[in-house]
Write a protein that binds this ligand. Structure first.
Ligand SMILES: *[C@@H]1O[C@H](CO)[C@@H](O)[C@H](O)[C@H]1NC(C)=O
Ligand SMILES: *[C@@H]1O[C@H](CO)[C@@H](O)[C@H](O)[C@H]1NC(C)=O
Ligand SMILES: *[C@@H]1O[C@H](CO)[C@@H](O)[C@H](O)[C@H]1NC(C)=O
Ligand SMILES: *[C@@H]1O[C@H](CO)[C@@H](O)[C@H](O)[C@H]1NC(C)=O
Ligand SMILES: *[C@@H]1O[C@H](CO)[C@@H](O)[C@H](O)[C@H]1NC(C)=O
Ligand SMILES: *[C@@H]1O[C@H](CO)[C@@H](O)[C@H](O)[C@H]1NC(C)=O
Ligand SMILES: *[C@@H]1O[C@H](CO)[C@@H](O)[C@H](O)[C@H]1NC(C)=O
Length: 542
């Protein structure tokens, strides 16, 4: 009788006998999480403090984890995919339930394989590579915006100014390549393109001579619109060499992705020669709405760092990632989640060796924690934190800033919701989305060379193929087309119309007139037309 009553009560208490075991364990005193990023980097220096502050705040607020304390262990991946991997493996031996990070897309690619197997969610505040969102990496959660959106913003800026053709300078790693590939797609949707891609090696460090060679090739191109998607070390080298080569002057357009705004926000004031080398550059920055909470945190930050280190968007995302995981852990406990680990039978079967891979364990309820992370709905320093069904943060938006003098000014915003605007995206969300051309606006930009005149965006290339144009050397109707005697210059009404039309094109068409006929009688048009089919001339001027 007692036994039956006991079994019945199991059913009543837990619904299903199998999940009874989950509810026996109460909330543990501590929960371990890891953090993995490069301490000595633009993002890492800020993220380290932001994560420490967030952990303090979470632990001092008993309404978040209800008595359980969050313990964070930090590892320095020092920009290395290899170290990142080894450290992630070490984390897996220490019963952590989630990892804040990694910061870099390269490290994210490598350790996503490990976290998939061991069911430990990654909350990456810095890895922006769009390809990480793929179904291949279900345990990778991006707590910042994907470069897919940053590149959409760049493409819309390019299109907004009527440019057709851009050059991409990028770091040749997962971050750089995937970003440029997204840019390629987004430009193509707007009938624009990348005409030249110049990759910088991520392995051997940046070398002034190599950058010089690279930029000389860029200078020979037709396009004058350069998108710079690199890391700060390479980026500042490129800007400095570009200035030396006269490529920061009139006619050029430089669009830098958010690597530059992170430096401008965290390391200001920069040395004046560094500022000189980037006058007129357009820069993207992840947009986070202004709020009282953000303001309060900013003033706390200033006290904390004594003004020696500014706060950038990535720091805000790092802070929010800790809150996000804390709330998700609370929800996880509410749903009966238990923190327990088991050995990976696949690793066990490989046998024990000096690497002690068999010490890594699977987080049994990892999928439940992941589910709670993706169902989050809270407001952080960066604004509302919520994920779409595809796992991306809602409402991607960027600030568009223009480097001028010793600082910068915002010329507008880009939001996935309504495109380019001069009003903050938060104000647009209350209205229906409006991507009509009339609604796409930016304030005026001071371009390189201190001009507010929009650069044309192209020049006649020094290395381009010329269009050969057959021109009849006529004796009659010479006011329409004629060769100036004794020269190879052509003139006349038809020539004027042609030149005016070519000048209206938004790209360069280098051409050469080729005289046809002996000048004593009108040449045969039939023969002239035949020259096109034989490839001698490519076009006719009649
Ligand atoms: C575990 O217990 C909580 C209340 O303490 C309850 O809300 C939850 O549904 C239970 N979970 C399971 C899986 O039974
Ligand atoms: C941090 O990195 C810079 C170069 O980016 C280097 O000069 C400096 O020595 C490094 N600091 C530490 C503590 O490793
Ligand atoms: C504690 O956390 C709750 C839930 O996130 C929040 O509403 C409250 O403002 C926090 N309290 C403090 C003092 O930060
Ligand atoms: C980081 O890596 C660089 C070279 O890649 C090395 O010089 C430096 O000492 C490393 N820093 C740390 C803290 O390991
Ligand atoms: C997991 O493997 C380690 C090392 O092989 C061993 O010490 C530990 O007892 C195992 N744990 C379980 C739950 O089997
Ligand atoms: C961005 O906008 C597109 C089209 O308007 C929409 O399909 C997509 O879900 C949006 N992305 C996010 C993260 O909101
Ligand atoms: C979109 O914006 C333009 C210009 O501001 C306005 O004329 C138009 O009525 C708007 N369309 C909608 C659907 O709101």
């Amino acid at each position: 009788m007692n036994l039956i009553w006991f079994i019945l009560s199991l059913f009543i208490y837990s619904g299903l006998p199998s999940s009874f075991s989950k509810n026996v364990s109460s909330r543990p005193a501590i929960v371990n999480i890891g953090a993995l990023f490069t301490f000595n980097s633009t993002i890492g220096r800020v993220a380290k403090i932001a994560i420490e502050e967030a952990v303090k705040d979470v632990n001092s607020n008993s309404s978040i984890l209800h008595g359980t304390k969050l313990v964070v262990t930090m590892h320095d991946s020092n920009c290395s995919g290899f170290l990142g991997m080894v450290e992630a493996l070490q984390f897996m031996e220490t019963d952590i339930v989630a990892i804040i990070g990694p910061q870099s897309s390269v490290v994210a690619h490598i350790i996503s394989h490990i976290t998939n197997e061991l069911r430990v969610p990654l909350l990456s505040f810095g890895a922006t590579d769009p390809t990480l969102s793929s179904l291949q990496f279900p345990f990778f959660v991006r707590t910042t915006q994907s470069d897919l959106y940053q590149m959409t913003a760049v493409a819309e800026v390019v299109n907004h100014y009527g440019w057709k053709d851009v050059i991409a300078i990028f770091i040749d790693d997962d971050y750089g390549r995937s970003g440029v590939s997204a840019l390629d797609d987004k430009l193509a949707e707007r009938r624009c393109k990348i005409s030249y891609k110049a990759g910088i090696s991520p392995v051997y460090g940046v070398n002034r001579g190599d950058i010089m060679d690279l930029l000389i090739k860029v200078a020979l191109m037709e396009s004058r619109i350069i998108v710079l998607h690199v890391n700060p070390d390479a980026g500042f080298m490129v800007l400095s060499v570009a200035q030396y080569l006269g490529m920061m002057g009139n006619g050029y357009v430089w669009i830098a992705t958010d690597w530059l705004s992170s430096v401008l926000d965290s390391a200001a004031p920069l040395p004046s020669d560094t500022m000189d080398s980037m006058q007129g550059v357009l820069v993207l920055r992840q947009h986070t709405a202004d709020s009282d909470r953000k303001k309060a945190f900013l003033s706390r930050w200033r006290k904390l760092t004594g003004g020696s280190l500014g706060l950038h968007s990535y720091g805000l995302y790092a802070y929010d990632s800790v809150w996000l995981v804390a709330h998700a852990i609370d929800a996880f406990f509410n749903k009966g989640g238990v923190i327990s680990f088991s050995n990976d039978s696949r690793l066990q079967s490989m046998g024990s060796d000096n690497l002690h891979l068999d010490a890594m364990s699977i987080f049994d309820d990892g999928a439940l924690l992941l589910q709670n992370i993706l169902q989050s709905n809270l407001v952080g320093l960066t604004g509302p934190i919520k994920f779409n069904t595809d796992g991306s943060l809602i409402l991607p938006a960027y600030d568009i800033i223009n480097v001028v003098g010793s600082g910068f000014r915002r010329v507008g915003y880009w939001s996935n919701y309504s495109g380019l605007s001069v009003v903050p995206p938060e104000m647009l969300y209350a209205r229906p989305p409006n991507r009509s051309i009339a609604n796409q606006q930016l304030y005026s930009v001071i371009w390189p060379g201190e001009t507010s005149l929009k650069p044309r965006g192209w020049v006649f290339p020094n290395n381009g193929k010329q269009l050969r144009i057959g021109v009849p050397n006529r004796v009659s109707f010479r006011e329409f087309v004629s060769e100036v005697r004794g020269t190879d210059i052509f003139q006349g009404f038809c020539i004027d119309v042609f030149i005016a039309a070519v000048n209206l094109l938004p790209y360069a068409v280098p051409y050469r007139f080729i005289s046809f006929g002996d000048g004593h009688e009108n040449p045969s048009y039939t023969k002239l037309v035949n020259l096109i089919t034989t490839g001698v001339s490519m076009m006719l001027q009649i």
